[in-house]
Design a protein around this ligand. Structure first.
Ligand code: HEC
Ligand code: HEC
Ligand code: HEC
Ligand code: HEC
Ligand code: HEC
Ligand code: HEC
Ligand code: HEC
Ligand code: HEC
Ligand code: HEC
Ligand code: HEC
Length: 322
């Protein structure tokens, strides 16, 4: 191929072509990645490939050995063994590890059984989702930010060595989450915070780690309102006079949800600065500018001294009263 121009511009042209090629290749890789994430586990149905849990236990009697559950029979997954309505591919050990006859015939040949060890996050999750994709809680895991970033069920759950009595957790919250989201710990240590570190509020009160339909894997209340109303129902209204900031932009227009150095977890250290972000003369076209007599003398700085019902009011347009 002849590339026109002097050596310098030829070099640049080649560089541009190379960059474009790399971009195209990674776009293709992204595509296969997301196709892979949607992939389902094709559960082999030939009954002769299966040996049943009792056979597995002749060599692996100590599964699980460490952790909360002492035996497999104690653990919540034992109920799958009792599922007699479905074929052997849904029973016990082999419901997760796949057919085990070749592994057994090979005297425990490690290469002939699915071990979860070197499997991709998508592959692991597909096995679990085969049984767990139903219901609101997990149905969107394939598209969750977690799976998209290579986090699978077994990063948080461990069927054999769970430390916790509930939900086969590897760790309890918030320690589990801080393992990967270290910066959040410091946010919950700020002077004003939701008491997550104290165990009063959980990360999963607000987030669904299995994904959902809102941004930031946030949960909604059962009536599909913002998650905050679950505990702060007094802010939900409806009010005769709504403060549009609350209705339209939501609670995080004014509050930092995890924690803040400012009282009431406000985004700004002084309330007037917060309000003026919208109520100054030029900022938010929907928000009326403060009246001229709000001359920002001391008296007018504490906006919520007068506008007390800042989240909405049933009796007063200017939020002077509830
Ligand atoms: C004849 C004895 C025997 C039977 C029966 C048996 N295994 Fe194994 N299994 C082994 C041996 C030996 C290993 C290798 C242990 C090692 O190297 O640490 C092994 C390893 C494994 C591993 C782990 C591989 C790894 O990389 O650590 C899994 C998972 C496993 N077996 C599952 C099963 C399941 C499920 C069944 C029943 C379908 C089963 N085994 C039945 C002997 C057996
Ligand atoms: C609900 C799914 C599930 C079932 C049922 C299940 N396993 Fe596992 N097993 C796993 C996962 C996941 C791992 C990998 C654990 C990890 O990554 O920490 C694993 C790991 C193992 C290992 C590797 C060693 C270890 O300690 O992690 C062996 C051996 C094993 N399983 C055997 C069995 C046997 C035997 C049974 C039946 C008695 C069984 N499994 C039932 C999901 C399952
Ligand atoms: C980022 C961590 C994380 C990942 C990844 C994750 N989970 Fe969970 N899961 C949790 C936490 C935390 C809870 C407990 C929720 C609570 O306390 O409200 C839970 C609860 C559960 C429960 C019991 C509660 C219920 O509502 O059914 C099941 C079943 C479950 N997870 C299955 C899965 C499966 C299957 C996957 C993969 C497809 C998965 N989880 C991936 C963290 C995770
Ligand atoms: C063959 C179907 C099946 C597969 C595959 C399966 N599970 Fe389960 N799982 C169940 C059943 C059934 C229960 C018990 C439900 C109950 O008690 O309500 C359960 C319970 C759970 C629980 C809740 C335990 C509790 O304390 O309530 C978690 C967490 C869980 N499974 C995670 C996983 C993970 C992670 C995988 C993949 C490694 C997986 N499951 C694979 C059927 C399955
Ligand atoms: C009181 C509800 C609430 C609790 C409890 C909560 N979060 Fe959040 N979190 C939110 C909201 C709301 C956002 C979105 C903020 C935004 O859009 O500005 C968010 C954003 C995030 C984000 C993405 C944005 C960022 O800052 O990186 C992560 C990651 C996160 N939270 C992790 C956690 C973890 C981990 C915990 C527990 C230790 C936790 N959250 C507890 C409400 C909560
Ligand atoms: C194994 C590591 C790991 C664990 C454990 C983990 N996360 Fe994540 N999480 C990630 C990664 C990676 C991302 C994507 C990159 C990012 O936003 O930091 C993510 C993203 C998120 C987001 C942001 C979603 C968005 O839209 O930006 C939230 C919220 C979140 N995680 C909450 C949690 C909660 C709650 C827990 C505990 C129940 C948890 N995570 C446990 C690795 C983890
Ligand atoms: C327009 C800004 C703004 C928005 C939007 C907003 N708040 Fe507030 N909020 C404030 C201010 C200012 C205070 C402090 C009032 C005071 O000091 O008297 C406050 C105080 C609070 C308090 C503590 C005092 C009390 O009244 O209980 C809670 C709880 C609260 N807000 C929750 C919420 C929730 C939940 C939402 C979303 C529905 C929300 N806020 C939306 C400005 C806002
Ligand atoms: C699981 C329940 C729960 C959820 C969900 C929740 N909160 Fe809270 N919130 C609390 C509790 C409990 C307090 C009391 C403060 C304490 O811990 O002393 C509180 C206090 C507050 C305060 C006042 C803090 C202060 O300094 O007085 C604000 C503001 C607030 N929450 C905003 C929010 C916002 C915004 C959301 C949604 C992103 C939200 N909350 C979701 C339970 C919750
Ligand atoms: C995110 C932008 C935003 C923030 C921050 C905000 N507001 Fe508003 N505010 C609005 C909008 C939009 C309206 C609705 C205007 C309308 O209905 O015509 C409004 C309406 C009002 C009204 C009623 C005005 C009328 O004529 O009915 C008052 C009073 C008010 N806000 C005070 C405050 C105070 C005090 C603060 C600080 C605690 C604040 N606002 C913070 C956007 C905001
Ligand atoms: C001393 C009490 C007081 C304080 C403090 C105060 N206001 Fe007001 N505010 C008023 C009064 C009185 C009105 C006029 C109500 C009327 O028109 O009847 C008003 C009206 C408003 C309006 C409505 C303007 C319109 O044209 O509809 C906004 C917006 C407003 N204030 C914002 C603020 C902000 C932002 C602060 C803090 C910087 C603040 N106020 C502090 C008493 C106060």
């Amino acid at each position: 191929m002849r590339i026109p121009g002097n050596p310098r511009s030829q070099f640049l042209t080649i560089l541009v072509i190379l960059v474009l090629l790399v971009m195209a290749a990674s776009a293709a890789a992204d595509k296969t990645k997301s196709a892979d994430q949607e992939k389902k586990y094709a559960r082999p149905t030939d009954a002769s490939l299966y040996v049943g849990s009792e056979t597995c236990k002749t060599c692996h009697e100590d599964m699980p050995s460490k952790g909360f559950y002492k035996t497999y029979e104690d653990s919540p997954h034992f109920v799958t063994t009792l599922d007699t309505k479905r074929g052997p591919e849904w029973h016990g050990c082999e419901a997760c590890h796949g057919p085990g006859k070749a592994h057994v015939d090979g005297g425990g040949d490690k290469t002939k059984i699915f071990t979860f060890k070197n499997a991709s996050a998508a592959e692991i999750s597909a096995r679990c989702l085969d049984c767990h994709q139903y219901g609101e809680e997990h149905s969107n895991f394939a598209r969750s930010v977690h799976l998209q970033n290579g986090v699978s069920c077994t990063d948080c759950h461990d069927p054999h060595h769970a430390k916790e009595s509930q939900f086969l957790m590897k760790e309890k919250q918030p320690v589990l989450c801080y393992g990967c989201h270290q910066d959040k710990k410091q946010q919950f240590n700020r002077p004003f915070h939701h008491r997550v570190n104290e165990g009063m509020v959980k990360c999963t009160d607000c987030h669904n780690p299995h994904g959902g339909f809102l941004t930031r894997q946030l949960r909604a209340t059962s009536s599909q309102d913002t998650v905050c109303f679950k505990c702060h129902s007094d802010k939900a209204g409806p009010f005769v006079y709504e403060h549009e900031a609350v209705k339209v932009e939501g609670c995080v227009a004014c509050h930092t949800p995890h924690g803040s150095s400012n009282p009431r977890m406000l985004k700004r250290s002084q309330v007037n600065l917060l309000c003026l972000e919208c109520h100054a003369f030029t900022v938010d076209p929907g928000a009326p500018p403060i009246p001229s007599f709000h001359n920002q003398a001391q008296k007018y700085q504490a906006c919520t001294m007068c506008h007390v019902s800042i989240h909405g009011s049933n009796t007063d347009q200017f939020f002077f009263k509830p």
